[in-house]
Design a protein around this ligand. Structure first.
Ligand code: C5P
Length: 230
């Protein structure tokens, strides 16, 4: 199970809660990497905490701006030496993806850039509302190609599309959010899957927030280990 990356979404602005999540998700049975999002990064003390954080982490910045602004934002992260993954929206276009990858490489050669395709909270109906004419699957596949072309290191999509993406882009590193342990509430997510199904669909890593951090965290980790052993 150690080759399965589990990114724990530390979605809170409370330092105390962050410390508890990190402590309670510790286990030698899984490869756990904390993922910090904008909620924590924007919070008072959030960035400072990350400046001094001692193990590798994922910073979900979801950059999406004109190339110069986006790359400058990434440049501002150069002191965060333990940050090993950042995210960028594929919607920002090829030039922005390329600019971010180039900048990331120059500030830290171990920093991986993951391109976010269609958010896991969206479905075909929401895409229509935005003005897209393609389905979720078609768009994810299209954007996966764009991300690959840009030289970025991997993509973020739901585990529901992972199989078709992997079929076309065999070596692509795929991280899937929208993961729920069996029986857990989907909340605001649309395209969800269990951890076992996600890994069966060949994702390289899964992002888990509420299924792990709500309720008894240690118990949730036990449930996850049991589930992965099934
Ligand atoms: O609580 P839950 O497991 O739904 O949390 C999912 C996490 O993954 C959140 O931190 C969210 O920002 C992130 N994420 C996502 N969908 C994406 C990219 C990131 O849900 N496409």
């Amino acid at each position: 199970m150690m080759n399965k990356n589990i990114f724990v979404a530390c979605d809170t602005s409370s330092l105390k809660e962050i410390k508890k999540i990190i402590n309670d998700t510790k286990t030698n049975k899984l490869q756990i990497i904390p993922k910090f999002g904008l909620q924590f990064f924007y919070s008072k003390g959030g960035r400072r905490f990350l400046e001094n954080f001692k193990s590798d982490y994922f910073l979900d910045i979801k950059a999406n701006d004109i190339p110069q602004t986006a790359l400058s934002a990434v440049d501002s992260l150069k002191d965060l030496k333990k940050c090993k993954y950042i995210t960028v929206h594929a919607n920002g276009g090829l030039e922005m993806l390329k600019a971010i990858k180039k900048k990331a490489k120059s500030i830290n050669k171990d920093l991986k850039v993951l391109g976010v395709t269609i958010l896991t909270s969206l479905n075909n109906k929401s895409l229509k509302e935005i003005g897209h004419t393609k389905s979720v699957k078609q768009l994810v596949l299209k954007q996966a190609g764009l991300i690959k072309k840009s030289g970025c290191d991997g993509i973020v999509c739901s585990a529901q599309e992972a199989k078709i993406v992997k079929k076309k882009f065999k070596k692509l590193f795929i991280v899937a959010p929208g993961i729920r342990l069996p029986g857990d509430s989907v909340h605001d997510q649309s395209r969800v899957m269990t951890p076992n199904y996600a890994f069966k669909n060949k994702v390289s890593g899964i992002v888990m927030g509420r299924s792990l951090i709500k309720g008894n965290i240690k118990n949730n980790i036990k449930r996850l280990i049991n589930h992965l052993n099934q």
